[in-house]
Each structure stands twice: as structure tokens, then as C-alpha cells.
Design a protein around this ligand. Structure first.
Ligand code: NAG
Ligand code: NAG
Ligand code: NAG
Ligand code: NAG
Length: 145
């Protein structure tokens, strides 16, 4: 029973993850346009771009029901991609998307030795664990799907 419940949660988490993207209407009715701003969808499939909303300080645009959520709990749905493919700071690995990574083996650019995170995990370049389930204030996430 609990195993089944776990599976259901895992599956819903993965669905939520697939949804994460920029300018896409999410299940919470918002379409994030960058890490902190969003448009509303008002039940439509495309966002209404006439009004832009900005999350309050410290919160980021997510697919959570409350839309703006603490960055330390959930990574933003959409954001910058500057860290994608960057081997810094430790030249061990680089995140190449939200859920994939490539090893750097001390080089500045990633090698073609790549891997992907388990379901429900995302790549965080700030941690030696490579794939994590929870973001921190220091998280370096590559916002590509
Ligand atoms: C996000 O977009 C809003 C509205 O266009 C803009 O005011 C804000 O500076 C942007 N924030 C970032 C982090 O790019
Ligand atoms: C946005 O504003 C334009 C110009 O005022 C209007 O024509 C359009 O219908 C508006 N879109 C929505 C979704 O309200
Ligand atoms: C990775 O790159 C090396 C050197 O360019 C090449 O020999 C090798 O076949 C590549 N491996 C894969 C899995 O693509
Ligand atoms: C980088 O190396 C330092 C020192 O070894 C370590 O404390 C830190 O956790 C490493 N960071 C990553 C992202 O691996």
C-alpha cells in the first residue's frame, strides 16, 4: 500500500517536472517567464501577456499551487541557463539540463561521458551529490528541459 502511494507520488513529481518550462501554462495556472516573474493563463492554453506579475523578494516562480515559492524548497520552473555546461566551480561535472549531467574530469568543458538523474531528482552544480531532490539557496541549476 505504502509502496503504491510512493509510486503515485513519484509519478506525479515526474509529471510536475516535465511541465517545468518557460512561457508554458502550468497546472497552477501560471506561466513563468523568468526566475521571478510570470503571466497568468486564465484557463487558456497560452498565457495572457498583457499583465506581468513578479514574485516577492526571496520567492521564485514555480509549478507549486501558490506559484511563488521559496527558492530553497523548489527550483524555479524557468530561469537562466548560464550555468548549463559549465564545469566550474570544481571541474568535476556540469549540469547539461535540469536532469542530465556530463563529467568534466578536471577540464573546462564537459566530456561526452554523460548521465541522467533518477526520477524526481534534478542536477545541482553546487553539490558533490550531482543530483538532489531539494534545492538550496546556493543551488546552481541549469534551466533546460
Ligand atoms: C523577470 O521579468 C520581469 C518582467 O519582465 C523583469 O522585471 C525582471 O527584472 C526579470 N527578472 C530577472 C531575474 O530576469
Ligand atoms: C491584450 O491587450 C491587447 C491590446 O490592449 C488586446 O487586444 C488583447 O485582447 C489583450 N489580450 C488579452 C488576452 O486580454
Ligand atoms: C567521446 O569522445 C571521444 C573523443 O572525441 C570518442 O573517441 C568517443 O567515441 C566518444 N564517446 C562517445 C560515447 O561518444
Ligand atoms: C568543491 O571542492 C570543495 C573542496 O574540496 C568542496 O568542499 C566542495 O563541496 C566541492 N563542491 C562541489 C560542487 O563539488
Amino acid at each position: 500500500m505504502y509502496k503504491l502511494l510512493g509510486l503515485v507520488i513519484l509519478v506525479s513529481v515526474s509529471i510536475a517536472w516535465i511541465q517545468a518550462d518557460c512561457d508554458v501554462c502550468q497546472s497552477n495556472g501560471a506561466a513563468c517567464i523568468n526566475q521571478t516573474a510570470y503571466h497568468l493563463c486564465f484557463g487558456a492554453e497560452t498565457p495572457d501577456v498583457n499583465q506581468t506579475f513578479v514574485c516577492t523578494d526571496g520567492l521564485v516562480c514555480t509549478d507549486q499551487p501558490v506559484i511563488c515559492f521559496q527558492r530553497s524548497e523548489t527550483p524555479a520552473s524557468c530561469g537562466d541557463t548560464d550555468s548549463c555546461g559549465m564545469c566550474a566551480p570544481n571541474y568535476t561535472f556540469a549540469c547539461t539540463s535540469r536532469s542530465t549531467f556530463a563529467f568534466c574530469f578536471g577540464a573546462l568543458t564537459p566530456t561526452n561521458v554523460t548521465g541522467s538523474c533518477p526520477d524526481g531528482y534534478f542536477c545541482d552544480a553546487s553539490t558533490q551529490e550531482i543530483c538532489v531532490t531539494k534545492a538550496t539557496d546556493d543551488s546552481i541549476i541549469c534551466h533546460l528541459n
